[in-house]
Design a protein around this ligand. Structure first.
Ligand code: FPP
Length: 259
């Protein structure tokens, strides 16, 4: 077989955009604590194994041809956890960037971070900036880390930005439409997620990409996040491929019979 076509089969991103492959996948990485307590291990061990699942998932997403992967790593509501667990989660993100940044860069991954910077330690903010700067020109998978992120907070912040611009006379309030709001979100530069996966069997969005998920397909997997791997991502993509996306319209066969 010709090596070029072989490569195309392994990396769908070489092909025309495929309708049945989500361009943007968001993941609510849930179940680290339950994974650990089922094994009588401390919760931190569940989060550590969660970082290993992050590494596997970044590789798998690239291999499967996903263009954008957004991972919900710390929510605005996670501040209500015990102080030690908050410090552990911050520490794990720092260690992940320090340890994995060079490898992500080698994999041609572009790192972006969304969420509020308030409340984060200056050394963590510097690391996040370093990761974004180093990988800014990479052309492979865009890995979006949602950290200190809340969907409602993001929408409120966009509303404040637009209100201020209207007050200054820079925009006409009548021009504020859904596109204007999308453009004022952290995610302005990314397409909306096509698929949102949540692990651990819980079935809710928990303030993740509230605006952007309007037409996302939702897939809930019964496994805990530390067990997530290439096969689990493939299974979620297969569920996505079997769905019929209508975006509020009709499917082709219904259009034919509508009149
Ligand atoms: C949910 O499990 C998981 C989190 C709140 C944190 C996710 C963080 C990581 C996987 C590690 C850091 C991330 C990166 C990008 C390096 P849970 O604690 O709510 O589990 P439970 O519901 O079973 O208690």
């Amino acid at each position: 077989m010709n090596p070029a076509s072989d490569e195309r089969q392994m990396s769908p991103s070489f092909d025309q955009p495929r309708q049945d492959l989500p361009r943007h996948v968001g993941i609510i990485m849930d179940g680290n604590g339950r994974w650990a307590s089922a094994r009588s291990l401390p919760r931190l061990e569940g989060h550590r194994r969660g970082v290993e699942a992050v590494r596997r998932t970044v590789r798998a997403a690239s291999e499967l041809g996903v263009s954008y992967l957004t991972l919900y790593a710390f929510s605005s509501e996670n501040w209500s956890r015990p102080q030690q667990e908050i410090m552990d989660l911050m520490g794990l993100l720092k260690r992940f960037i320090r340890k994995d940044l060079a490898d992500l860069h080698k994999q041609n991954v572009r790192v972006r971070v969304i969420g509020a910077r308030e409340g984060l330690a200056p050394d963590l903010c510097s690391l996040l900036d370093e990761a974004q700067d180093l990988t800014a020109d990479n052309t492979g998978l865009t890995l979006v880390i949602a950290f200190n992120y809340g969907g409602r907070q993001e929408i409120a912040q966009a509303a404040r930005t637009l209100a201020l611009r209207a007050m200054k006379g820079e925009i006409d309030p009548a021009s504020i439409d859904p596109d204007a709001i999308s453009a004022a979100l952290y995610t302005a530069e990314f397409p909306d997620p096509d698929l949102i996966i949540r692990t651990s069997g819980e079935q809710r969005l928990s303030n993740f990409l509230m605006w952007q998920a309007a037409y996302a397909e939702l897939v809930f997997l019964p496994i805990h996040w530390p067990d997530f791997d290439h096969a689990a991502l493939e299974a979620a993509l297969a569920q996505y491929a079997s769905r019929e996306r209508r975006f509020g319209g009709l499917v082709t066969r219904d259009v034919m019979t509508a009149s």
